[in-house]
Write a protein that binds this ligand. Structure first.
Ligand SMILES: [Zn+2]
Length: 163
């Protein structure tokens, strides 16, 4: 028997990434704090795992834009951060929004990036407000958002239920 040096099993690593059908929104977990508040953790998967991944500059710009766009479209957003594999984002929220609500907010945000956002709208693009401000691409962000939207965003990770 192999004993892992890491004791905690993390849900994301138990998901069979060959079974999912991106783009999708998946509820990873809901957790209740000691005072009863609930937080939800979502998998916003924009690219099919192990087939495509968003290059860093485009992903970085999408990250900066989703920070505001998602908060404009749904309440309770705590954090939205990219996966190291560059196929999507974690979204942490207060409360219990449904995957459909999150998918709608995500879709609307990606539509804004693809169609409305200009470079002057991108927050955090200088050395004072970003840790790697040279590594941005709104062009890449727009192209990837268009491709993702063309495939449709499902509120179910295992069967295509495009919202
Ligand atoms: Zn940054």
């Amino acid at each position: 028997m192999i004993v892992s040096k890491i004791k905690t099993e993390v849900e994301s690593f138990t998901l069979d990434h060959t079974l999912v059908k991106a783009p999708y929104v998946r509820l990873i977990a809901r957790e209740k704090g000691q005072k009863g508040d609930v937080i939800s953790n979502f998998d916003l998967r924009l690219c099919q795992p192990n087939q495509t991944a968003i290059p860093t500059a485009g992903l970085h710009t999408i990250e900066h834009l989703l920070a505001g766009l998602l908060r404009d479209r749904m309440s309770g957003v705590i954090d939205c951060s990219p996966f190291g594999c560059r196929t999507g984002f974690h979204l942490i929220t207060w409360g219990e929004p449904s995957t459909t609500e999150v998918a709608q907010a995500l879709k609307s945000s990606l539509e804004a990036i693809a169609n409305e956002i200009e470079w002057s709208d991108v927050p955090g693009t200088d050395k004072y407000s970003c840790g790697n401000y040279r590594d941005h691409s709104l062009f890449s962000a727009k192209e990837w958002c268009q491709d993702i939207l063309a495939q449709g965003i499902s509120d179910d990770p295992f069967k295509r239920h495009v919202i």
